[in-house]
Design a protein around this ligand. Structure first.
Ligand code: PHE
Length: 349
């Protein structure tokens, strides 16, 4: 019983320590056994009442029990500390096998790709690339292009007219086509190089945004055009046919393509033609599709360039890069290009 009460005390301490789930609980349990008013101290106090001959062995037994309790306490402290470390490691664990969160990568808009292609091909044929204003004067949009005020041909374009005049009192509009750039570029070219025989040929394309009151599967109120102009002393319709057909074959990377110049009317060209293409293969095989308007520049327009139509002649065209993009990628609705839906656009990355 004397030995057993100490064994029981040790067992009870071990049980209490094991039951402590946190360091704080463990320190409370320690106080109950090893503290000033703890069970071991109480047992020591009991020594005083013992006869001398029992004191020594009882004292030694209590000390031994105390050491076992201290050892159990230390073991439990270590175990709790280890468990805490493990829990912390688990909580802070990085699963290096998870797929990474990539930074989204952007891409070029499909129409931008088309524009870059058009520019590269025409540059390789010796054309300059020019840029011009999207808010344009009535004079450049129409009058300079042989399309006088109140002429019914102005209604060929569903123009966004703006109730505003520029500093010189000219009416403004959102340009309905890139053709004003013919006049702007040719004027600048002529004033830079002179207008006589010393003037180098004008060979330029002018890609950019254009605007019309128009919206369906093949028309968007904002769309793109690319103007082309080649003016020299002896530039003919034959050159137009060659240059444009060559461009189309290079753009679509196929010779299996027919090009048709269908007689048409524009105030600024005479004769005028719509340019249609038909593929000899693929889903659109054999269907004629209109991709551009074109023609030999009208003498009145050449005059508005600041040049003499007796000495300068050439052709112009205006194509629709959005249409070319639809054909190249097989997209059925033009408006998708401008909806800003990344599910659609990211397919072209
Ligand atoms: N500007 C015309 C249009 O938008 C296209 C064109 C350009 C036609 C140049 C002839 C010459 O429809």
């Amino acid at each position: 019983m004397v030995i057993n009460d100490l064994d029981a005390l040790v067992a009870s301490a071990e049980g209490a320590f094991a039951a402590a789930a946190t360091p704080a609980e463990l320190e409370n349990a320690k106080a109950r056994f090893l503290g000033k008013a703890g069970a071991v101290t109480e047992a020591m106090k009991g020594l005083a009442a013992l006869p001398v001959e029992q004191k020594k062995s009882r004292g030694a037994a209590i000390n031994q029990a105390k050491q076992r309790i201290e050892a159990a306490l230390q073991a439990r402290r270590d175990a709790l500390a280890r468990a805490e470390l493990q829990a912390q490691l688990r909580a802070e664990a990085l699963d290096v096998t998870l797929p990474g969160r990539k930074r989204g990568s952007g891409g070029l808009h499909p129409v931008s790709r088309t524009m870059m292609r058009i520019e590269a091909i025409f540059r390789s044929m010796g054309f300059d690339v020019a840029d011009g204003p999207e808010i344009e004067t009535d004079w450049y949009s129409f009058t300079a292009l042989n399309n006088p005020e109140n002429h019914p041909a102005r209604s060929m374009q569903d123009t966004f007219y703006v109730d505003l005049k520029d500093a010189e009192g000219r009416w403004l509009n959102l340009r309905p086509h890139t053709s004003p750039m013919q006049v702007r570029y040719a004027q600048a070219h002529a004033s830079r190089h002179g207008t006589g025989a010393e003037m180098p040929e004008i060979r330029v394309i002018a890609p950019g945004r254009t605007y019309r009151v128009d919206s369906d599967a093949t028309h968007s109120p904002m769309f793109h055009q690319c103007e082309g102009l080649w003016i020299g002393e002896n530039v003919s319709f034959k050159d137009l046919k060659f240059v444009f057909s060559d461009f189309l074959r290079r753009f679509f990377e196929t010779d299996d393509l027919e090009v048709r110049f269908r007689p048409s009317y524009f105030p600024f060209t005479e004769p005028s033609a719509e340019i249609d293409i038909a593929f000899g293969h693929g889903p659109l095989q054999g269907r004629w599709l209109e991709v551009a308007g074109s023609g030999q520049v009208h003498p009145n327009v050449v005059r508005n360039y600041g040049l003499d139509p007796q000495t300068h002649i050439g052709f112009a065209f205006g194509m629709g890069p959005d249409r070319l993009t639809m054909l190249r990628y097989g997209v059925g609705d033009l408006r998708q290009f401008f909806d800003g839906d990344l599910r659609f656009l990211s397919q072209f990355r």
